[in-house]
Design a protein around this ligand. Structure first.
Ligand SMILES: Nc1ncnc2c1ncn2[C@@H]1O[C@H](COP(=O)(O)OP(=O)(O)OP(=O)(O)O)[C@@H](O)[C@H]1O
Ligand SMILES: CC(C)(CO)[C@@H](O)C(=O)NCCC(=O)O
Length: 308
């Protein structure tokens, strides 16, 4: 907790007070849509936690647009370049970053029907397995050296410069690799949500951080014992869906002994993802603007807001 000394801390009841009087709260239709996104999401969290969070993002987005306007006025530019507002979401493997990103995308799309809100994960910037193998780091997937950071920075730069449609490589958990010749397309969004374990990390060689492109950032936090449980639950789901597909990375595990498969997953959690969390991900927590702390059942019990 000492490491979060530059944060205001709120429990659920306190945080829920930060609703705006003049900004619509989450509607029943939105709640229904969120249910279809992930039927485990607590609708109470959406009202209590995400609605005030959306309000905070709304204020920051307005300020950002004001700053862009001021800059253009100084530069004597006639037209506002379409520079997107970028939100970063960091946290451990399997803590729920992509679920949080999808939830925010939906809530922000609803708040701004005439704006384009897109989402992307940095998983696509991992080197393909063949390249990881060539470098002798296949067992370091997710660690800083397993990402093509130069490509990621280049991507962020193109998105921020609004230079047109930008493509990003695509990662698949099913094949456990980069999908050849398939891309995510980022098409001049007004708001882009970038989610990944590495988004608040400092660069090893590059002069610029991924977070230099962020206008707002969130860290999703939880006790590692709980995250391990979520990781294993998701592993179970991956196994259940791999049975019928021999091209699925998990197929051999799916048709084999289930206990052996889970023993293997527990080992990968301990030796790769937990290690990565402790060494490289957790130290980035206090760089975020907001920390969402989750407890059992993914319920958010605390929110921390950066003071300065
Ligand atoms: N708010 C939530 N409520 C219920 N279940 C959730 C919630 N967030 C995440 N989960 C579940 O937890 C697991 C991990 O979530 P998710 O895939 O979003 O994590 P992630 O941080 O994006 O992981 P990775 O970095 O490996 O891609 C999934 O099985 C997901 O369904
Ligand atoms: C793709 C990442 C790195 C991040 O999402 C992660 O899901 C992963 O695959 N980690 C490597 C170890 C493992 O198989 O869980």
């Amino acid at each position: 907790m000492q490491s979060e000394m530059n944060f205001y801390k709120f429990d659920r009841a306190e945080w829920s007070q930060f609703h705006s009087q003049n900004f619509t709260s989450v509607t029943d239709a939105e709640l229904a849509q969120l249910r279809s996104l992930n039927d485990e999401i607590s609708l109470d969290d959406v009202k209590t936690i995400y609605s005030p969070l959306r309000h905070l993002i709304h204020i920051r987005y307005e300020d950002y647009q004001g700053d862009m306007f001021t800059l253009n006025r100084f530069l004597g530019m006639q037209r506002n370049p379409h520079t997107p507002f970028i939100i970063g979401i960091a946290g451990s493997v399997a803590v729920g970053k992509s679920t949080t990103a999808r939830l925010l995308q939906l809530l922000l799309s609803r708040a701004y029907p005439d704006k384009r809100v897109q989402q992307i994960t940095t998983d696509g910037f991992l080197y393909p397995n063949a390249e990881l193998e060539r470098r002798g780091i296949l067992d370091r997937k997710g660690f800083p050296e397993s990402y093509d950071m130069q490509l990621l920075i280049h991507f962020m730069n193109n998105v921020k410069n609004a230079s047109g449609v930008v493509r990003a490589p695509k990662y698949s958990h099913q094949i456990y690799d980069i999908v050849p010749d398939e891309y995510e397309v980022i098409d001049r969004p007004d708001i882009l949500i970038v989610e990944g374990i590495n988004v608040l990390q400092l660069p090893s060689k590059q002069p610029i951080y991924v977070s230099d492109y962020f206008d707002f950032s969130i860290y999703v936090d939880a006790d590692p014992t709980l995250i391990e449980q979520w990781y294993l639950e998701r592993f179970g789901i991956l196994l259940d869906t791999a049975f019928t597909d021999p091209s699925n990375y998990y197929y051999q595990y799916a048709i084999g002994n289930r206990k052996d498969a889970f023993d293997m997953a527990r080992k990968v959690w301990r030796d790769v993802n937990l290690k990565n969390l402790k060494e490289y991900i957790l130290p980035t927590k206090t760089r975020a603007d907001v920390i969402l702390h989750k407890t059992t059942g993914h319920k958010i019990d605390h929110v921390a807001l950066r003071k300065w």
